[in-house]
Write a protein that binds this ligand. Structure first.
Ligand SMILES: NC(=O)c1ccc[n+]([C@@H]2O[C@H](COP(=O)([O-])OP(=O)(O)OC[C@H]3O[C@@H](n4cnc5c(N)ncnc54)[C@H](OP(=O)(O)O)[C@@H]3O)[C@@H](O)[C@H]2O)c1
Length: 346
């Protein structure tokens, strides 16, 4: 079965080559300049675009909000790119995330697809949302500068309301930026019925939306539609903020909603020994593999501030889809327990 694009035989052959190269490297025989990369991660076609994206991307919110220093971001991104990362996602308003990404990897711009978001100005004095056509165009100019590039691969509207979408100014701004060659593709980042409207509008090449074990509204509401219309789909919050880490309500308010949902969903694998199992059958592995197998999902942009995390998570995804029984049990539990207000979380 070629579920993950690469057959088991190909993976084994690649692993064997990796082990041999690693041994040679360890002995110093024909030592390469750096350790060999592990076998490739599955790549998926990003909707109707020309992009083939590695299944595990990088979410840039955490490095901004958690204040990761530049040396950490340099190490994290360069190591991940060496190991197969090819999608970096960020936003103008993630504090200094864009600038850190630009500093870290602008010199190897050809190695990755660069996605950002616009609509929230972080520059004083005009901080806050600005969904005007001009505001969107100015936001993209600032992003280009910070990211130290001439062109972005995908610019997304950063979760504006349905009213703003219907007004159309922000969409006109994105379309103008595309026409001017500042971005190759345009997308909407958001959830629930607003995301559905965005897909149906026909304006967008991509949808970024929350998809995870604690946030499943999209699985029936928007994902099949996005797939049918040929949009590339980016799973945001794909590991459900790993909320099984917390024994009590998380101090980080952004993680609270999923933590509360999890207490009611009571997946057995999210409690007890499996919650700290770091392998593919532990909570993190199960959560990410669940997200990766939803219809139309192209890339999971897990957020992190830890340099070793990307490789660990790539290894978990290499285990492939969950067994059907486990996947179906997670879906069934959601359908029984989910409340009407458990809509897609921005
Ligand atoms: N409206 C929007 O457009 C919007 C909203 C939210 C998010 N996003 C995008 O989506 C990206 C991802 O969202 P997110 O960061 O909120 O959620 P997430 O990726 O589901 O969760 C990230 C959290 O999970 C932890 N984690 C990652 N791998 C782990 C593992 N194997 N085991 C245990 N913990 C693990 C990370 O901690 P460590 O630092 O310890 O790795 C981090 O605290 C963001 O960076 C952003 O690009 C967009």
């Amino acid at each position: 079965m070629r579920h993950h694009g690469t057959s088991r035989r190909e993976l084994l052959a690649a692993s064997a080559a990796f082990s041999l190269a690693a041994v040679a490297y360890g002995r110093g025989q024909d030592a390469p300049a750096k350790p060999p990369a592990p076998p490739g991660l599955e790549k998926r076609r990003f909707g109707k675009t020309d992009m083939q994206v590695a299944l595990l991307g990088f979410g840039g919110a955490e490095i901004g909000y958690e204040g990761a220093d530049q040396a950490t971001v340099d190490k994290l991104l360069n190591a991940a790119l060496d190991q197969g990362l090819n999608v970096i996602d960020t936003a103008e308003c993630y504090v200094d995330s864009e600038a850190k990404i630009g500093n870290a990897v602008a010199s190897r711009r050809k190695d990755f697809y660069l996605f950002t978001k616009c609509g929230h100005t972080s520059e004083p004095p005009k901080q806050g949302p600005d969904w005007s056509k001009q505001g969107v165009l100015q936001s993209i100019e600032r992003s280009l500068k910070r990211l130290k590039t001439d062109v972005i691969d995908l610019v997304q509207l950063h979760s504006c309301s349905l009213d703003e979408l219907k007004k159309g100014e922000c969409i006109a701004g994105l379309e103008e930026a595309k026409k001017q060659g500042k971005t190759r593709y345009i997308g909407y980042s958001g959830d629930s019925t607003t995301a559905k409207w965005a897909i149906e509008s026909g304006h967008f090449d991509a949808l970024q939306t929350s998809i995870n074990v604690c946030d499943q509204e999209c699985i029936e509401l928007t994902l099949p539609l996005a797939k049918e219309k040929g949009l590339g789909v980016i799973a945001k919050r794909p590991i459900a903020n790993a909320v099984w880490r917390y024994d009590k309500t998380p101090e980080n308010g952004y993680h609270t909603e999923y933590w509360e949902r999890l207490q009611e969903l009571k997946y057995d694998w999210a409690f007890g020994a499996t919650k700290s199992d770091t392998g593919p059958h532990g909570a993190a592995g199960i959560a990410m593999r669940f997200t990766a197998m939803q219809p139309g999902v192209c890339v999971l942009i897990v957020g992190t501030t830890k340099p070793e995390r990307w490789a660990q998570n790539a290894e978990l995804l290499r285990a492939g889809p969950l067994a059907k029984e486990l996947h179906d049990a997670i879906r069934a539990r959601w359908k029984t327990a989910a409340k009407a207000e458990w809509t897609g979380q921005t």
